[in-house]
Design a protein. Structure first.
Length: 163
């Protein structure tokens, strides 16, 4: 019984000490998705990518339209077997070309997006560290299920990124 009471007292002391330490802990939260969506450098990077890939995107749309046009022609046409097979071969070729170009487009776009946003991420991380040091944060979190707005430092990071 004595051992149980002393164990309970020791656990109570440890829990109280842990709560006292937790009260001194300064925690912040950064919404990285919002930074990538709203920060001026991220917006500039996104517009640059849209402009860079606009021509290829238009080509893909034209190729897709050509495929739909061929599908419609094949469905409506009551052509002889030879003509129908030729149209189906052309449709298959257009589809293969579209798939290959779309795959290349996605790969190139993802690579360029990673390149462009790497500098945004690097700069945002540097600013987050500066804010953490200046305001003496003990911990900055990126992902959480729930965050109180008073812990959110995202607006401060966005403001610093504007400079």
């Amino acid at each position: 019984m004595k051992a149980f009471v002393s164990m309970a007292a020791m656990l109570g002391t440890l829990a109280t000490a842990g709560l006292a330490q937790a009260a001194d802990l300064k925690i912040g939260y950064i919404n990285t998705e919002r930074v990538y969506r709203e920060a001026a450098p991220a917006v500039v990077a996104q517009k640059k990518l849209e402009k860079e890939f606009a021509t290829r995107e238009q080509e893909l749309k034209k190729l897709a339209a050509r495929g739909k046009e061929l599908e419609g022609t094949i469905a409506r046409n009551k052509a002889n077997e030879t003509e129908r097979k030729a149209q189906e071969r052309e449709l298959a070729a257009v589809d293969r070309e579209y798939q290959a170009k779309m795959r290349d487009f996605r790969d190139d776009l993802n690579q360029r997006r990673n390149e462009e946003f790497a500098s945004v991420q690097e700069r945002a991380n540097r600013i987050i560290r500066q804010i953490a040091e200046r305001e003496q944060f003990d911990l900055i979190l990126q992902d959480a299920v729930y965050v109180s707005p008073k812990l959110d430092i995202t607006p401060r990071v966005l403001k610093e990124l504007e400079k």
